[in-house]
Design a protein around this ligand. Structure first.
Ligand code: 5GP
Length: 202
């Protein structure tokens, strides 16, 4: 569990007998800050059920297997797909595969607990199709300019790379209408509070 700096007023147990247990998907354009918002929520609500994805990418320094991700080999990922072990999966940035393990998702829902799933847009579309009862939340940047500024990072990209990222960002922003609701990521605290309300935590 990642919850480290929980404020006493935020630490609350989830109602394990909730009647409205559902999958809540958080997606949005890359660079918008989904991971940071989820991390904040986990700190406030250590008991929150958050899906741990399987991925073929290598762990980054400090990441823990089974906590941040289930780090698997290509062969293991193939086996997960073949055994219908994933609720959705996608090749992200054309590099690595990421997927949502099916069994823990079903187990949490069977216990009456909502599950937060943070995935990319391709994954969100798959969940929309396979689980029409899921609630899809689009995390949007305050403005296109803000997203572009975040994407351009240190400004070391070539002009072509910047143009490619911009085109992708525009495409991703257009997906907003496919979602049940939008949270604008003005600040991490604001976005995390809105997400908490959707999850019935407030
Ligand atoms: P990172 O490698 O930076 O942790 O994540 C890269 C991207 O993969 C993020 O946009 C994240 O939302 C997405 N991602 C993480 N887990 C999953 C998953 O299980 N399924 C899908 N489709 N995307 C995921």
């Amino acid at each position: 569990m990642i919850g480290r700096t929980r404020g006493p007023w935020h630490t609350r147990r989830m109602d394990s007998t909730s009647q409205s247990a559902r999958i809540v998907v958080l997606a949005g354009p890359s660079g918008v800050g989904k991971g940071t918002v989820v991390k904040q929520l986990k700190e406030w609500y250590p008991d929150l059920a958050v899906s741990v994805s399987a991925t073929t990418r290598d762990p980054r320094p400090g990441e823990i297997d089974g906590v941040d991700y289930h780090f698997v080999t290509d062969e293991e990922f193939d086996r997960l797909i073949a055994s219908d072990g994933l609720a959705e999966w996608a090749l992200v940035h054309g590099l690595n595969r990421y997927g949502t393990p099916q069994a823990p998702l079903d187990a949490e829902l069977a216990r009456g607990r909502s599950v937060l799933v943070e995935i990319d847009l391709a994954g969100a579309r798959q969940i929309r199709h396979s689980r029409p009862d899921a609630y899809l939340v689009f995390l949007a940047p305050p403005s296109m300019e803000e997203l572009i500024a975040r994407l351009s990072g240190r400004g070391t990209e070539t002009f072509e790379e910047q143009q490619r990222r911009l085109a992708t960002a525009r495409e991703e922003m257009a997906a907003r209408s496919e979602f049940d609701t939008t949270i604008v990521n003005t600040t991490v605290t604001h976005a995390a509070r809105e997400l908490a309300a959707i999850l019935g935590l407030d």
